[in-house]
Design a protein around this ligand. Sequence first.
Ligand SMILES: C[S@@+](CC[C@H](N)C(=O)[O-])C[C@H]1O[C@@H](n2cnc3c(N)ncnc32)[C@H](O)[C@@H]1O
Ligand code: SF4
Length: 483
Amino acid sequence: MEHTWKNKKLYETLIEEKVINSGQLDRIVEDYKKITQDLNIINPHSSELYSLKSWNASEILALWKNAFETRQVGKSIDLYVNVPFCENEKKCSFCMYSSIHKHDAEKIGSYLKILLEMIRTYQPVFEHVKFNSLYFGGGTPNMLNANQMDELFSVLFDNFKLLNSQVEKTFENSPGLFSREKIDLLVKYGFNRVSFGVQSFEEDVLKNVKRDYYSPDYIKYIVGYCKKMNIRDVNVDLMLGLKGQTKEKFVKSLIRAFEAQPDTVTVYVYRHISKDLTDIEAKERYLISFFSDFVFPTLSEAYQISEDYGYFNTGNHLIECQHFVRKNRKKFVNRYRTQPFIQEKNSCLGLGAGSRSYINSPNYMLKYNMDIKSYSANSLQDTTFKGDELGPDAVMRVYAREELYRHRKINLTEFKRIFECDFTEKFRYELYCLQHLEKVKINGSILELELNNKVEFGMLLKFFYTKTDIDRYLNILSKRAKN
Ligand SMILES: C[S@@+](CC[C@H](N)C(=O)[O-])C[C@H]1O[C@@H](n2cnc3c(N)ncnc32)[C@H](O)[C@@H]1O
Ligand code: SF4
């Protein structure tokens, strides 16, 4: 294969230092082709690229303890509690979360027992930690009945003392499991944000995704009740890109949501789950047109319409999650962070099956999930936690991928400030590959990806995994192909 060297000097240095050898360029191009065939091409956090270790509860507790003692824990800590059960026997076909659909009162009761045990086990380390936010997600947290909610909240707030302050406390709900008694209980325990998963007001669209329909009047009533009870933030979730959902149908649903007058409407762009499209090239073509022909034009109409209904869009640069806020709400801050942001040094403690936790600092990151399969374990000691501890090199890679994912750019000065090293030195090999593919330009202190289309960045940021990670991943791909 003939190559035109874009950066001869860098190439020679890399050869000299044995970072690459002369035959390696073909391999880079080949690997690039393969890694773009990832089914999960726009997720910078793809856990398949990590080696996942297993821990038990005491080991996890020791890791947190050590992090507090050595001050690895970042400056703010969020608390997440997962309730993995859902009301319907069948999973909504679009859902990307772990959830349990076959359950009975006994199963939910024994899950709750483990959750309470977890809270008590963590208590000595977290009793006096000042949390930034509390988030009950799932699954569907209001699957719990009022007595179960009461018991869970009283144990949580008794053991984690600093949760009683004015921090944001969210509880996710299904409209079908709404009761005034449950809302009153949330108010009693100081929850100030509730969210209802509506997804769409179109019956046929909901039927396509195996989801129940609730009328606009019912949603208006629910929102109205929560507002009457003085809950500060009442949110309605909608989705964009569900099967059978045209631009017109989405806009109609959005208007129905605005008419219910919640404080916020969150629009999630459907993240395709791996079972949707198995033909990789078709998936890539599909995603490109999904965004350019459907998502972007629909959202731009949504931005205009929101004005007419007294809402504004917060301009979240993460296109997959758009917030519309009522204009009389002066400011909008959504505290809970689903991902670690290295520059913000945030950490998160997750409680309950399927919950995600991370300890985050520029030198160290621990990311782990409590295995959803553990929900039926008899005691906390039998449950498993899966995750990885990342050292400074891996943390810098997470930062690079996250920035490229969110902004398509990296600010080199900012990188130096956070990590005290030069990005161009640290990632010489990766930059060389990108330069060779003519996919990157550096302008002053800004490094920017040069893209042919709007989803290509998802593929390019895969260069910021290590070679070992990529090799492990290619292995997974080849095993998948054989099966
Ligand atoms: C934990 S989930 C569901 C909460 C609750 N169980 C419900 O269904 O209303 C929170 C939100 O994630 C969104 N969501 C679920 N799967 C998604 C996907 N594949 N892509 C984008 N958003 C998704 C939905 O809008 C949902 O309301
Ligand atoms: S969208 Fe909600 S109700 Fe549906 S499966 Fe996912 S978590 Fe359960």
